[in-house]
Write a protein that binds this ligand. Structure first.
Ligand code: SF4
Ligand code: SF4
Length: 201
């Protein structure tokens, strides 16, 4: 795959507009759930082990951010990509993570922006962020053994809002009115590594 700068610019233009609006919704979701959220700078477990599904548009936008990086940083990312390709495991550390920081933060994908909330899968199953098992998001109100919310803890602590499940799968995001209004075609979805395997400048 080889995209020219012009192609990337055209494909990303409306997506950027979409992100400016949708990010406000995501911020509101995190604010609503703030009693259960532990995300902070320097915490990057969610970027250290995953598949990172990206649609084509998201991937192009990510690479637009990559192309603007300093040459030194690009070299580190390239080295990380080579290491991952050698490994051939399904799960890996995101190659854009450098010193526990996202090197392409402003261009990160939707999965990066929404990870950490309770999410409902297309089959109806509720998915909690895996970092709950590390004592992070939702861990204080979720019993790992019984897989139930600890309602007594929520009541005792007078948390303002109850834990809420969001519908943040890309299949649902694609159906948003905003996506239709901005005529965004997200394209196919693959893991980040699959996209990177075919990416050439
Ligand atoms: S989602 Fe979990 S692992 Fe990721 S930054 Fe938030 S607390 Fe840390
Ligand atoms: S693109 Fe950035 S935020 Fe997304 S997984 Fe990679 S390092 Fe994390």
């Amino acid at each position: 795959m080889c995209f020219s700068g012009v192609t990337i610019l055209v494909m990303c233009k409306n997506y950027k507009k979409f992100l400016e609006i949708f990010q406000q919704d995501i911020d509101a979701m995190f604010a609503h759930q703030k009693d259960y959220i532990c995300c902070k700078e320097g915490c990057a477990y969610c970027c250290e082990y995953g598949e990172y599904p990206f649609t084509e548009t998201e991937f192009l936008y990510l690479m637009d951010g990559y192309e603007k990086l300093d040459e030194q940083i690009k070299k580190i990312v390239q080295k990380n990509i080579s290491e991952i390709k050698k490994d051939e495991k399904g799960y890996y550390k995101c190659p854009f993570l450098i010193n526990k920081k996202c090197s392409v933060y402003d261009n990160r994908g939707l999965v990066c922006r929404t990870f950490g909330l309770l999410n409902q899968e297309p089959d109806g199953k509720v998915n909690g962020p895996f970092c709950g098992k590390l004592g992070l998001n939702y861990s204080k109100v979720y019993d790992k053994e019984t897989k139930q919310l600890l309602m007594n803890v929520i009541e005792e602590n007078h948390y303002k809002n109850l834990p809420r499940v969001f519908n943040l799968n890309i299949s649902n995001i694609r159906k948003l009115n905003l996506v239709k209004e901005l005529e965004i075609d997200f394209g196919e979805q693959k893991s980040l590594l699959e996209w990177l395997a075919n990416y050439a400048k």
